[in-house]
Design a protein around this ligand. Structure first.
Ligand code: URA
Length: 185
């Protein structure tokens, strides 16, 4: 485990723990304020993220940015990472060996940021962080507290692109996050 985010990033820059390393352009490590109370966890990089090395810069990310604006979240003020740091081919779900290979890095990031709140963006983030028994459609919008961290499962922003009616849930969930995140510890 690394105490320092730059050291962690440096240590994994040539990672070849799983097959996703073969086709990646960039590792999408994570961005934002490492002292934030709020961390967002997505699924894995898409084509735009792979090209730029930055999470949530494609269509879904741009929609997430708009939602951030709507509720007063400054993107630079939160920390954003993914379950896997390299792009799965054709944006398929990350496979178990890929998630397992990458999870220690994410754990280390969580250890460094020490967020009070973790927003789980979609099913893949939810099930890999909290357990396969959780269904996004049942627990979305509900706080789940574990070991002193408050988890807010919500829709993945790409789901909002497919179904506009989910936008209102997403905004409401982010409002909850802002409220808890700006309250007293
Ligand atoms: N989808 C994700 O889950 N993560 C990204 O970084 C981009 C799209």
């Amino acid at each position: 485990m690394y105490e320092n985010m730059e050291e962690l990033q440096e240590a994994i820059k040539n990672c070849n723990k799983c097959k996703l390393c073969k086709n990646r352009t960039n590792i999408v490590f994570g961005v934002g304020n490492i002292n934030s109370k709020i961390m967002f966890i997505g699924e894995g990089p898409g084509a735009d993220e792979d090209a730029q090395g930055i999470p949530f810069v494609g269509k879904a990310g741009q929609l997430m940015n708009k939602a951030f604006d709507a509720v007063g979240i400054e993107r630079d003020e939160v920390y954003i990472a993914n379950i896997v740091k390299c792009r799965p081919p054709n944006n398929r779900d990350p496979e178990e060996d890929e998630v397992n290979g990458c999870m220690d890095y994410l754990r280390n990031q969580v250890m460094i940021v020490k967020p009070k709140i973790i927003v789980l963006l979609g099913r893949i983030a939810l099930q890999n962080i909290l357990g396969k028994e959780y269904k996004i459609s049942s627990v979305r919008g509900k706080w789940i507290e574990k070991k002193g961290i408050y988890y807010m499962p919500t829709w993945h922003p790409a789901a909002l692109l497919r179904d506009e009616t989910k936008k209102i849930d997403f905004i409401n969930d982010l409002k909850e996050v802002v409220q808890k995140g700006t309250g007293p510890n």
